[in-house]
Each structure stands twice: as structure tokens, then as C-alpha cells.
Design a protein around this ligand. Sequence first.
Ligand SMILES: [Zn+2]
Length: 267
Amino acid sequence: MATIEQAKNWLKAADAIIVTAGNRYANYEGLDILSEGFTQEFPKWAKKTKANNIGNALEAPLSWEDKWAFWSDLIQRYTLSYQPSHQMEQLQAVLADKPYFIANSSFAHLFEQAGFAKKRIFNIFGDWTKTQCSSGINHGNTDDLETVKQFVAGNGKVPKCTVCGKELELHMPLNSNFFPDTDANHDFRWFITNNEKVNLVVLQLGVDVLSPQLVAPVINLVQQFSTWHFISCDLEASALPDNLQKRSYSEASDPKELLAKLVKEEK
Ligand SMILES: [Zn+2]
């Protein structure tokens, strides 16, 4: 396997960078959907949903009024009040002068809030600042931040689909009504196609079992394109295929630790 110094050189020489970010990355940006801190932070919703974390609470049956009031509290807390962490600033430094694309499994709109270009982000599990129709038919996605602000102010109304009149819900895979963002998926595929033959680095940050779509398929891509390199904080180097050992740097640490090493200047 390569050393961290080689990994830094790959990044410096890269013509393009793909970032894959998962649940462990979102944790450092303040959102941990499995944290039991939920019960202290949202006692009212913990009681109503009988859940001990956000993930379970999002699946609890509630009235439409309560759903939107609850979702609005979450979005206010984790997205509208969000302040980018130091790791986000370090990632901005890594991507500063490079063409990049971010494939992200958190639905909290964090990269957009931190200032990354919307056209360069694919939120594979949706984005809770947008809605989907609860009919199960894809009637498009609309923005919900105005609705959220009204609910937070105590005078919100459950939004309805302009096509069929059914209630709107968050654009997330909470049930079988979820359709991924096809435009962003298309943009991501184009980015891959256009960069098949250049020096590209895939930087994997905090991707775990909650988003398998960002693990094996991405490693397969790197195997397929011989000019690509892979840098990860999520795997022991020995877990990578033999034919990737020379083209990869991996450590079992966390996104914050790896980014700090990657941006550290030599004295
Ligand atoms: Zn509809």
C-alpha cells in the first residue's frame, strides 16, 4: 500500500476528484441519526414517537400535522442552523482548484449549506430540504424550506402535491415512494465518463454499512480505470483487492483525522 505522502501527491496531481461521504462524515457535521441524544434534545418528539433516535423516530406513525412539525424541527436544527465544521473547511481546501463531484448519503443538505456547488453533488438518499409526493407516483421534487420555517414559527400547513393533491413528504427513502434525483445521478455518471482516462482520486470519507451503494460499486470503478487512485479512512488497507494496493491509501480512522493529514503542509 501507498504512504500518506503518496496519497497527498496523488491529490495534488489530480485532474479530478470524486468524494464519497457517508454517515460517519455527517456525524462530524452534527447529525447522528442513531444517537440516543435525541431523547434529550427533542423530548416532545421522543415521547410522541416512542423512539430513542432520529432514525427510528422518522419511521414512527404520526399524523401529517405532527410529521411536518417534527420534520421541520429536525431541518431547523440540523440544516438551517448548521455551521460547517473544520473538516468541511479542510475538504474545501482539498477540492479548491479541482473539478470535483460529491456522492453523499446524508440527506441533510450539508454540502450545499457549506457552499459546495449544487450541480456537483448527488445525494443518493435524497435531500430533506425537498419534498416528494406521498402517492407513490413520481410527481417531482419541490423545495420545502418555506414550509419548514412556517412550521417552526407555529403556523405551518401540510403541503400538498400540485399534480394530484396528496400530502407531500420529505424526499428521503422513508418508504417505497422514494425516487432518486435522476438529474444529479445523470450528472454524476457524466462526470465518471468524462474522467475515465485522467488522474482521478476517489476520496472516501466516513462511508459505512448504512450506504453500501458507495462501497463496492465505487471500488469496482477504481479497479476498472487504471489512472484512478483511491484514498479512504474507512478500511484497513488489507481489506482492499490486491490489484488496488499500489493505487490506494487506506486507514481505519475517521474523516476528520484523514483530512487533517491530507492538508498538513510539510515544514
Ligand atoms: Zn402527487
